[in-house]
Design a protein around this ligand. Structure first.
Ligand SMILES: [Cu+2]
Length: 185
């Protein structure tokens, strides 16, 4: 290798070294940029999560207030509560054997679960009668005279009720007399 060749080689090596340094610096620079970008992305992600949390909170609050609003609507329903008027009349109507029996004038009641139904009962008998449905925990004792009672049911279904206060033995087992159904929907 001549002196000239050696210096050429040296220049080349120097150039390669410089280029390599530049490349390395560039890579290092890219690395820093990449690291910065990743941390920015990380910051963005965390702030997005934070925002998501902020958004999620009002949603949870809205969900929490929804039943409260429904509760308020339920609380305002007493004005809208329906009233059913009926009578309890001794020897009100004939049985299949032709004899007259004690009876309620209305024996089928339709109610909404959780919504009170007012029963305005005029018991024209001298003795009390009842609307008793053990499956529903309902036991309304209708005293003689005109009184208003509340029928409140907590589960849906069709349930039989009977008068449980000894009156007309046959009628106490007969739908349409001293027995009937409460249908809750
Ligand atoms: Cu009865």
């Amino acid at each position: 290798m001549t002196q000239q060749e050696r210096s050429d080689q040296q220049r080349f090596d120097d150039a390669v070294a410089r280029k390599g340094k530049v490349v390395l610096q560039a890579v290092a620079g890219l690395g820093i940029v990449a690291a910065l970008m990743m941390s920015i992305v990380a910051l963005n992600n965390s702030s997005e999560k934070h925002e998501a949390n902020l958004v999620a909170k009002p949603a949870t609050q809205a969900a929490a207030t929804a039943p409260a609003a429904a509760g308020a609507a339920t609380a305002s329903t007493p004005q809208a509560t329906k009233t059913v008027s009926l009578k309890i009349v001794p020897e009100y109507k004939k049985g299949p054997e032709g004899k007259k029996h004690d009876a309620f004038t209305v024996t089928n009641f339709n109610v909404k679960v959780g919504v009170p139904l007012k029963l305005q009962i005029d018991n024209t008998d001298e003795a009390p009668h009842s609307i008793t449905a053990p499956m529903l925990g309902v036991n309304i004792i209708a005293q003689p005279g005109l009184h208003t009672y509340t029928l409140l049911v907590s589960k849906a279904g069709k349930y039989q009720w009977n008068c449980m206060l000894p009156c007309d033995d046959w009628a106490m087992q007969e739908t349409g007399y001293m027995a009937g159904y409460i249908t809750a929907t």
